[in-house]
Write a protein that binds this ligand. Structure first.
Ligand code: SF4
Ligand code: SF4
Length: 378
């Protein structure tokens, strides 16, 4: 299905009003899409929720109404958090076909599964619905996008051999991240022989602007290539990755991405080594020196996933707090102990080889994320 490893993620389209996500700039969007198609790239990815529904409408106007159905492929996603009963799946799906102006999707996902999203999807029959639309030919292939722990992904894939694809957050900065577990999630998909699409290859744009020392390493090797190109090529170089979705927001980003993905070459060993050094530079700015050894977890009476919280905290220090980090934090507090549950027994600190003041650092984690959650709900 994927003629090229670069897909156009329609979630950060150019806007006419930068404060209004619904305000898609159609003139710029059409220009970008025409260029993308002209260069022989063909996959688009949208979702019910992107641009408050206007991503699907923009796709219809700029792609479906201009190009024959066999000139492109499209993936769309079920807003699982809005599903309250089984009948909702069909209702949303029909609305999406209508909004996009297509008779079928090439790939259809359950959107943003975490532990709660998965449990709800099982309860309401989400996976049966996927099988049904595939049998009807309304979705040529099926899968889910995922934002939680690798072990849980492994379980889901074990339970659902019908899944064709997973959409995972993979980038070089998160590859070994204790919170996101990019590498382990990728390996779970490989283990189950499920092909991978990638989201957030540039980590929400943050890997387009790396620290000066890191930028220097990139430029010394490829003077004319952007920092973003290293991030996209890192994800695309993984063997089981069939498509990297890039949420391009202007023509310049589109032209840059297409320039190296039109005729993609995987990273060589020297380039991999440079990425390893760049990752080390990014990690130097790590606020809490947790090595994710997990020793501290042994006796915690409150089942607090300490290294995962520290990884999320370090992440927001390096790259700024993002919606995705808050989503991971929410999933953690719903499934395990919260930082604020700590009763200060001190068992963990005795076990930490890095002598981290875990009790104090957990308070700092709670303060940053609880404030952000409060602000985002206001
Ligand atoms: S001090 Fe807090 S985090 Fe550490 S073991 Fe006790 S309850 Fe768990
Ligand atoms: S013991 Fe210390 S270094 Fe190891 S995971 Fe826990 S906090 Fe991190």
């Amino acid at each position: 299905m994927f003629k090229n490893k670069l897909g156009f993620g329609l979630m950060r389209l150019p806007q006419t009003d930068e404060n209004d996500w619904a305000s898609v700039d159609m003139e710029e969007t059409v220009k970008m899409i025409d260029y993308f198609m002209e260069k022989g790239l063909t996959h688009f990815d949208t979702a019910y929720s992107y641009h408050h529904g206007n991503s699907e409408k923009a796709f219809k106007e700029a792609v479906v109404q201009k190009y024959p159905r066999d000139a492109y492929t499209v993936s769309d996603k079920m807003p699982v958090w809005l599903v309250k009963e089984n009948a909702d799946y069909q209702k949303f799906f029909d609305e999406q076909l209508e909004r996009c102006g297509v008779d079928f999707f090439d790939l259809y996902f359950l959107h943003a599964l975490d532990e709660k999203g998965y449990t709800d999807s099982v309860e309401f029959g989400g996976f049966e619905f996927l099988k049904k639309i595939k049998a009807e030919g309304k979705a040529k292939s099926i899968g889910f996008s995922y934002h939680a722990a690798a072990d849980f992904l492994d379980q889901i894939l074990e339970n659902h051999p019908e899944v064709d694809y997973v959409l995972l957050q993979i980038n070089y900065a998160d590859w070994e991240s204790e919170a996101v577990e990019s590498r382990r999630c990728y390996e779970a998909a490989v283990k189950h022989n499920v092909s991978v699409l990638v989201m957030e290859p540039i980590k929400g744009g943050s890997l387009a602007n790396v620290p000066a020392d890191a930028e220097k390493l990139f430029k010394e090797y490829h003077p004319d290539m952007s920092a973003a190109s290293w991030a996209i090529r890192f994800a695309a170089s993984l063997e089981n990755v069939v498509c990297v979705l890039s949420g391009m927001s202007n023509f310049e980003q589109m032209a840059d991405n297409v320039s190296y993905m039109e005729n993609f070459t995987p990273l060589n060993d020297e380039e991999r080594e440079i990425i390893r050094k760049v990752t080390a530079i990014i990690n130097e700015n790590t606020a809490i020196p947790c090595t994710a050894c997990n020793y501290c977890l042994k006796d915690c009476p409150k089942n607090i996933p300490i290294p995962k919280y520290f990884s999320l905290y370090n992440n927001q220090k390096q790259f700024g707090l993002t919606f995705l980090q808050i989503a991971y934090y929410t999933d953690l507090i719903n499934s395990r102990g919260k930082p604020a549950d700590c009763i200060e027994c001190g068992k963990c600190e005795k076990l930490c080889p890095q002598h981290i003041l875990i009790i104090n650092d957990l308070k700092e984690v709670a303060s940053v994320f609880e404030t952000a959650m409060k602000e985002s709900s206001e």
